[in-house]
Design a binder for this molecule. Structure first.
Ligand code: ZN
Ligand code: ZN
Length: 346
């Protein structure tokens, strides 16, 4: 079964897919203005405007219907009198109003296409392996770069160029480079401040290959890996290894998250690890399934997730170590495999 057939096999009502990444997943069309209607019998109609018409007309397995620039008012007319399931996370309230006013009865759904996307096909895994291999190479090159005296922004720019030079399409998200107290902010903003000796530098970055993202974090030492910086580094690494060991098909996101907290809580630092363990990755950097304390996701073979515990000492330093892994029959396989031994940079 292809993706549209798999989606259709679970549908009661026709589903109007308006999430653009979901449209891309189902049809291959990359567009800023498109929707696809999938009927329970697996007939699918792709709606987009003139700018994407040529690409849309070339797609096999879907009927192309050209609309004016405003797709939703056109759909309101075309679907008038029907009952249609919509993606509540990807349809604005204004668009829902337009459809209802046109006489379309809406059924709210969430996460239907996302659930398919969470299980990667071999071709998707291949793209993610290539992205991860480029990530490994770029992190190895990064470790040879001078850090001390350069700014976070300079290193982020170095990374941006390195992705292109290594053959990626580009970065999958804006890189985080954060030393000292900035590293204690999980989503730190880049600063133009020179990196000093004797601190930790968190680097969280990824690239995109054929639309698929990589996501990896390493924390570097600009000084000897000893003392309290080494202690929190080792603690974070232990948490990460404990989480990797807990991953298997059938494990809940909640349980794997809990496994990552044991060592950090035993060290009295539970409060310093304030975010979830990890997230799914694919066409989006953040997708299903999630592993966090309130997660009800259950891991399955073919999920690609990140494993990224962190310890954040506000006003002082932070450490995070992140790998991207694929869930396998007997556990998981790391896709990012650059060393997690403490790395000293100059
Ligand atoms: Zn990351
Ligand atoms: Zn991540």
């Amino acid at each position: 079964m292809n993706r549209i057939e798999r989606l259709a096999s679970g549908l009661d009502d026709a589903l109007l897919v308006t999430g653009l990444v979901n449209v891309r997943y189902l049809t291959g069309l990359e567009s800023s203005n498109a929707a696809v209607l999938v009927e329970p019998d697996a007939n699918a109609t792709l709606y987009t405007d003139f700018r994407y018409a040529e690409a849309a007309a070339d797609i096999d397995g879907v009927t192309f219907h050209r609309t004016p620039r405003a797709v939703v008012p056109a759909l309101a007319e075309l679907l008038s009198g029907r009952r249609i399931a919509v993606e509540a996370s990807h349809l604005s309230l204004a668009s829902a109003d337009t459809l209802r006013e046109g006489g379309v009865a809406l059924v709210s759904t969430t996460g239907v296409v996302e659930a398919l996307r969470a299980i990667k096909e071999p071709g998707e895994l291949d793209a993610m392996r290539r992205a991860a291999a480029i990530s490994d190479r770029v992190y190895e090159e990064l470790a040879e770069q001078p850090f001390v005296g350069r700014t976070e922004a300079e290193l982020a720019w170095w990374l941006e160029q390195a992705w292109h030079e290594a053959g990626a399409d580009g970065p999958s998200f804006d890189a985080i480079v954060a030393f000292g107290e900035n590293g204690a902010r999980p989503h730190a903003k880049l600063r133009d401040v020179p990196i000093p000796e004797g601190t930790l530098v968190v680097v969280d970055a990824g690239c995109s290959v054929d639309g698929y993202a990589s996501d990896c974090t390493r924390t570097f030492f600009t000084g000897q890996p000893e003392g309290r910086l080494r202690e929190i580094y080792d603690l974070c690494l232990q948490a990460q290894l404990d989480a990797l060991a807990a991953i298997h098909p059938g494990a809940s996101g909640r349980d794997v998250d809990a496994a990552s907290r044991v060592a950090i809580e035993a060290a009295g630092m539970g409060e310093k690890y304030g975010h979830g363990l990890g997230h799914g990755v694919g066409l989006d950097v953040h997708e299903e399934p999630n592993m966090r304390p309130e997660s009800d996701a259950v891991l399955a073979v073919g999920n690609v997730v990140t494993v990224e515990p962190g310890i954040y000492l506000a006003g002082d330093v932070g450490v995070r170590i992140e790998d991207m892994v694929v869930v396998t029959e007997d556990g998981c396989e790391r896709l990012t495999s650059v060393t997690k031994e403490p790395v000293v940079v100059g």
